[in-house]
Design a protein around this ligand. Structure first.
Ligand SMILES: [Zn+2]
Length: 264
């Protein structure tokens, strides 16, 4: 037992992030009672039914998730009230007395962006001077296929979707982890000081087609798409490590929810 309540644990994480609290945030409790004593924390990219079962099995009663639990950015449950998937998941969470808290906005708003920092640490790539989301990382000049090899090997991705040519020499990589939207990804590709844009989830009809046309019109840019899970999970694995010393000795673990896709 940590001597902390769930609510106190959440406040400690928020305070340690150094980010000014804001009213307009998705970082709220999605289930559970903050006055309950904290028994343990399971950190994840998204609280799938399997992650919820794992939390219960390991005795944790707080899940810290990056993505929504109820399938929309604000976790609104309107329209889901009678849905069997929603009801079964809600019963699973409530039945085990679990709290689910989302830590998304402030982990990204922290400087450096916690998700991006976790990914760069895993990749062994240098931290950019501006550590905010969307920073450009400077690597030694190398063929695009070498960057892809590192992504596959170090992030455990089986496939990277690429727009561009694997033999192009690149060095300046714009970090567009997660799903910041097609416009922001396009703006990254439009910059003069970027060779490749590294995306989590992209917008195919915007970003991918812009990058394809750019090359066809003599302005060489590459797009690397690793998927949303693989672009942010290591940043949540890093969060687990980062919060462990803050919570009065409560056990903290990371659960890999995994990529939702099979590649058949
Ligand atoms: Zn994110």
């Amino acid at each position: 037992m940590s001597g902390l309540t769930i609510g106190e644990a959440i406040r400690r994480i928020q305070t340690a992030s150094g980010v000014e609290p804001q009213e307009d945030t998705v970082d709220t409790l999605k289930a559970g009672d903050p006055s309950q004593p904290l028994r343990g924390v399971l950190v994840c990219f998204t609280a799938t039914a399997d992650v919820i079962r794992e939390a219960a099995a390991c005795g944790a009663n707080l899940i810290v998730t990056h993505e929504p639990t109820w399938y929309s950015h604000l976790d609104e449950t309107k329209g889901l009230e009678d849905d069997p998937v929603y009801l079964a998941k809600r019963a699973l969470v409530d039945g085990h007395g679990l709290a689910i808290w989302r830590f998304h906005d402030d982990w990204h708003r922290r400087r450096p962006d916690g998700i991006q920092e976790g990914m760069l640490r895993r990749l062994g790539w240098p931290a950019p001077a501006d550590g905010g989301h969307g920073a450009v990382v400077q690597l030694p000049e190398q063929p695009l296929r070498e960057v892809v090899r590192q992504l596959k090997e170090r992030l455990g991705v089986s496939h990277v979707r690429v727009v561009g040519d694997s033999e192009w020499i690149v060095s300046r990589i714009a970090m567009q982890v997660g799903a910041p939207g097609g416009e922001r990804q396009m703006q990254a590709a439009m910059r003069d000081d970027v060779d490749a844009v590294l995306c989590g989830e992209t917008v195919e009809w915007m970003t991918a087609e812009y990058v394809r046309d750019a090359a066809l019109l003599g302005r060489r840019r590459a797009l690397l798409v690793v998927g949303h899970f693989h672009s942010e999970s290591v940043g949540m694995d890093y969060l687990a490590e980062w919060i462990a010393p803050l919570l009065g000795g409560a056990p903290v673990a990371y659960a890999a929810s995994g990529d939702p896709y099979l590649y058949l």
